[in-house]
Design a protein around this ligand. Sequence first.
Ligand code: LLP
Length: 413
Amino acid sequence: ETAAGPAIRRLDDWSAADLADLADEYGTPLYVTDLDRVRENAARLLDAFPDADVRYAVKAHTGRAVLEAVRDAGLGAECASAGEVVRALDAGYDAVQYTAVNPPAADLDVVLDRWRAGADLTVVAGARDTIDRLRDRGYDGRLAVRVNPGVGAGHHEKVTTGGHAKFGVPYDRAPELLAGARADFDVVGIHAHAGSGISGDQLDAHRELVARMGDLAREVGDLAFVDVGGGFGVPYHEDEPPLDPDAVADATREALGDVDAELAVEPGRYLVADAGVLLTRVNTVKPVDGGGTDGTVPVVAGVDAGMTTLLRPAMYDAYHAIRNLTAERPERPVTVAGPVCETADLFCEGRTMPTPRRGDLLAIGNAGAYGYEMASTYNSRPRPAEAVREGDEVRLARERETIAGVTDLEVGR
Ligand code: LLP
């Protein structure tokens, strides 16, 4: 095994005993993140893209320990907000890219304060208004322009960014905008992002995007980098093959063609998805009325994690593997449901799995990307804790939020 590790870590590869110990120590729901796996994922990407600038899209997982592990591996940071920029700089990234999507004034103020204080920053603007607002605020540093590449891809339409008018300037307007910006900024690059969770069979869309970016780079010239986005998918189903990063890299190089600029990519999910699991405990099991075709009665298993802990199933109908860590039992159709008062609050519906019992510990796979990050306090539910593992050591990385933490912002309470 190399530093890059196996191509994919499945939920079954985690030690049930280790995870059970963690649940006992820190309680549930609990995110567990394996920093060694984050490092392996980073190494595999860097192996595939040896001559590209690889920037971690920190939105996938902004935990400090993860940011540091990825930074140590040699990646840069790609940030979507002032908060992410602050986190990345605090975690010691030297070069930070801020991709501003309709940036609130407060975000620009915070980011430009950091820039004035000496932060090595590149701002990616996706609208003429953003460029004007940066100029008005006295920014004259490195600027890249986000382009709408007219093509997108992703695991769900809600995360297919490329081609949507929300993101980037119209492709045909980009040369003129870039030329105009050169007077006031250090124009360094062009940027596009197809979407999130691009699978092997969507590589054609990626190729098309990259080819367009190559054409644009040759047309405008004098750029330091061409950023073709992130979005590299990971398998969520147990039988899905992993994306081959070498194949993605080859396709990218080939589609880009000869450009006098560095290739940049900005994956998020790929680095962290399979480095994380969510542990949750069963508190309620009940039969489904009138159900059962194969002699077994389907059940609903109520657990202490919900859509407020891991939103992806509710938001994108995303599939996440679920494993019973407590016992192997005869299988039956199981609906795993959270405590939130919405029917969307399900981790799976009628999935065949070992019959759960009250007190069982379940692990939900691929929870490392867009897991904790999308947690909310809906239903006044505190956000979960997170533990990180590194070698044989385990430590608490984010404390469990308390009800007081949820309610304390209220004025006059
Ligand atoms: N660059 C830009 C400009 C992006 O907008 C994104 C993701 C990335 C890079 C990283 O994409 P990744 O490599 O992680 O796929 N919450 C959704 C994913 C939303 C992604 C948004 N943008 C989910 O859980 O599937």
